[in-house]
Structures are given as C-alpha cells and as structure tokens.
Design a protein around this ligand. Structure first.
Ligand SMILES: NC(=O)C1=CN([C@@H]2O[C@H](COP(=O)(O)OP(=O)(O)OC[C@H]3O[C@@H](n4cnc5c(N)ncnc54)[C@H](OP(=O)(O)O)[C@@H]3O)[C@@H](O)[C@H]2O)[C@@H](O)CC1
Ligand SMILES: Nc1ncnc2c1ncn2[C@@H]1O[C@H](COP(=O)(O)OP(=O)(O)O)[C@@H](O)[C@H]1O
Length: 288
C-alpha cells in the first residue's frame, strides 16, 4: 500500500512555527536533551542547538556531573542541568514545564538501558534516536507510548525491526510489493508511535496508518547531509517542535522538511554544526 502523501509544509504548520508578540519563552516549551559521558557530548549539543533554532523557548542539556565542564565550555544560550541517575532524571521531570525529551545521540548503549525506563515512564513527548534505539531493540516496545518519535537510520531500523526490514530486502529481489513506506507503517503500528525512517527518501508513519514520504532528491537533493551528526541535529529539531506542542507526526514531518531545507541553504561543504544556524534563513524564506 503506497498511498503515502508527499511532504509539504501546509499554511497551518507555517502558522504554528510563527512566534507572536504576545508570547514568552515558556509559551514555546522546554526541551531536555540527554547527554552522554565525557568525550561523547558533541551529539547532544548538536541536538540541543537544533531544538533551540526551531523555536523551543528553552533548551537544557541533561549532563552527567563528569561532563558538566566539557558542556559548559561549549554552551551559552542552551542551559545545563546535572542528571547522573535515572532517579535524578525523574526528579528533574517533576517540572511539568519540560515539554519534550530527546534521548540517544552518543548517549551510550548501557546508559540508555539504564535511563530508558525512566524516560518512557515520564510519558512526555520524546524523540528516541541512536543508542536509545539500539537499546529499545532488546527492551521491546511495551513501554513505548504514542507521544514517542523513533528516528532510525536504515541500520538502526534493521536492528529494531529485523523481520520488517527483511521484507524490504526481499521486495528488492522478488519484486514483492513491500516498500519502505509499507515497512515504516508496519514499524509504527508495532511500536505504537510515530516512526521516521531516515535516508535520501525519508518516510514518516504513525501507528494509525498515516504516512508521508519526503524525497531529498532531484531539485531538493541534499547529498551533503551524509555527514556525521546530521541525524543528531534532526533528532533535536523534532524534540524542539514537540516541545512547542507539535503532534509527533507533525513534529517529525516538519523537522524532516526544515532539516533538508537547512542543508540546501548551506550546500556543498555542509557539516552538522551548520544545520541549526541555517534554520533562520529557511524561516525567512518561508516568510515567518
Ligand atoms: N558528533 C558526534 O558526537 C556524533 C556522534 N554519533 C553517535 O555515534 C553513535 C553511533 O551511531 P552510528 O549511527 O554512527 O553507528 P551505529 O549505531 O553503530 O550504526 C552504524 C551501522 O549501521 C549500518 N547502517 C546501515 N544503514 C545505515 C545508514 N543509513 N546510516 C548509518 N549507518 C547505517 C552500518 O552498517 P553497514 O551497513 O556498514 O553494515 C553502520 O556500520 C551514536 O550514539 C550516535 O549518536 C554519530 O551520530 C556521529 C556524530
Ligand atoms: N544522501 C542523502 N541525501 C539526503 N539526506 C541524507 C543523505 N544521507 C543522509 N541523509 C540524512 O542525514 C541524516 C543522517 O542521520 P544519521 O544516519 O543518523 O547520522 P548521524 O548518526 O551521524 O547523525 C538523516 O536525516 C538522513 O535522512
């Protein structure tokens, strides 16, 4: 079943991206980005900058004590909060003004195993990416809730949904009708939440069967996105949009669209750090 819509930004989504002069920062939510240990903190900062640039009112990096100084040396507008244990995370999340989470970028697989139950128990809109996806592959989907967005690349998708991924490979050989869209839909249904399968063709599907496909090809090609950390920025952008109150499907779709547009603004020579800083140019071009 390949009746997925092609992704465009609707006038309603553009309106939702705007900020009004009546707003204050808490109107646009607070995204909390979980950070890994010393020496592995860059990915969380990339995500945090993505979240702030798409308009989250506040963004904090939740860092282990050992990485406080490392993070502080790099961050200014983005805030820091010390979180060493899952219990400390649960205590931090007593603040209901934290409206979205992002877990996974360079977080560490063992660390993700320890923290994921507390993350999911918070029942907050949450992007689950990178190492947290690898952990989810062994943890299973029981605790995953509908406000989650899973953002696997093809390798992570294979780890999470090996049987569904095998169907795509089989289709390539036998010509059976099982596309990337079918696969993402099946994955979203199984996980019970929104799934965004990354790539030059990105597919976003929800558990209710909605699916949208976004081709960064032809006139919208963005091959320089094939660079380390580009996915971490996307995870942060989606978390920022979730923090602002976008639904999981809309946050994933809008994040994917803005991510490719930001890459197209920068063009050849793009590195992941450039993506968040290109977002204001994209917003200007969109007339926001
Ligand atoms: N600046 C930073 O701090 C950065 C930190 N990072 C952090 O590093 C951690 C590891 O994340 P990761 O994604 O690099 O590695 P991993 O989870 O082992 O999977 C890779 C394997 O999967 C496969 N594969 C298949 N299709 C694929 C595809 N489309 N895209 C990619 N891979 C694909 C492929 O296997 P192959 O197909 O070659 O057999 C490949 O060997 C994670 O925490 C992440 O956040 C990075 O984000 C970089 C910037
Ligand atoms: N050739 C390409 N054309 C368009 N987008 C791409 C291409 N290669 C990668 N991307 C995008 O770049 C991002 C890479 O994410 P990921 O593989 O998770 O990298 P990382 O883990 O290094 O951040 C994804 O959003 C993916 O859709």
């Amino acid at each position: 079943m390949n009746d997925a819509q092609l992704l465009t930004l609707t006038p309603e989504i553009k309106d939702q991206l705007r900020k009004s002069s009546q707003d204050h920062k808490f109107t646009h939510g607070h995204a909390l980005i979980l950070c890994g240990p010393t020496g592995h903190t860059g990915a969380a900062r990339l995500a945090a900058r993505g979240a702030l640039r798409v308009g989250a009112g506040l963004v904090s990096v939740a860092t282990p004590h050992e990485a406080l100084a490392e993070n502080a040396a790099h961050l200014t507008a983005i805030m820091l909060t010390e979180v060493d244990t899952p219990e400390a995370l649960t205590a931090t999340l007593m603040d209901a003004r934290i409206t979205a989470l992002c877990v996974g970028p360079a977080f560490g697989i063992a660390r993700a195993g320890a923290f994921l139950p507390a993350v999911l128990a918070a029942n907050r809109p949450t992007v689950i990416d990178a190492d947290a996806l690898t952990t989810l592959a062994s943890l299973g989907f029981d605790a995953v809730h509908p406000a989650c967005v899973l953002t696997p690349h093809a390798g992570e998708f294979k780890r999470l949904f090996p049987d569904i991924a095998a169907n795509i490979d089989a289709a390539a050989i036998t010509g059976a009708p099982h596309s990337k869209i079918d696969a993402t839909r099946a994955a979203a249904k199984r996980a019970g939440c929104t799934v965004l399968l990354k790539g030059a063709e990105t597919v976003i599907a929800s558990a209710d069967g909605r699916a949208v496909t976004h081709g960064a090809v032809g006139g919208r090609a963005a091959p320089w996105l094939a660079t380390a950390g580009a996915g971490d920025v996307l995870a942060g952008m989606i978390a920022g949009l979730l923090a602002r109150g976008f639904t999981p499907q809309d946050a994933a779709q809008t994040g994917a669209y803005l991510h490719v547009e930001a890459a197209r603004v920068v063009g050849a020579g793009l590195i992941a750090e450039d993506l968040p800083d290109a977002v204001p140019h994209v917003f200007r071009a969109l007339g926001l």
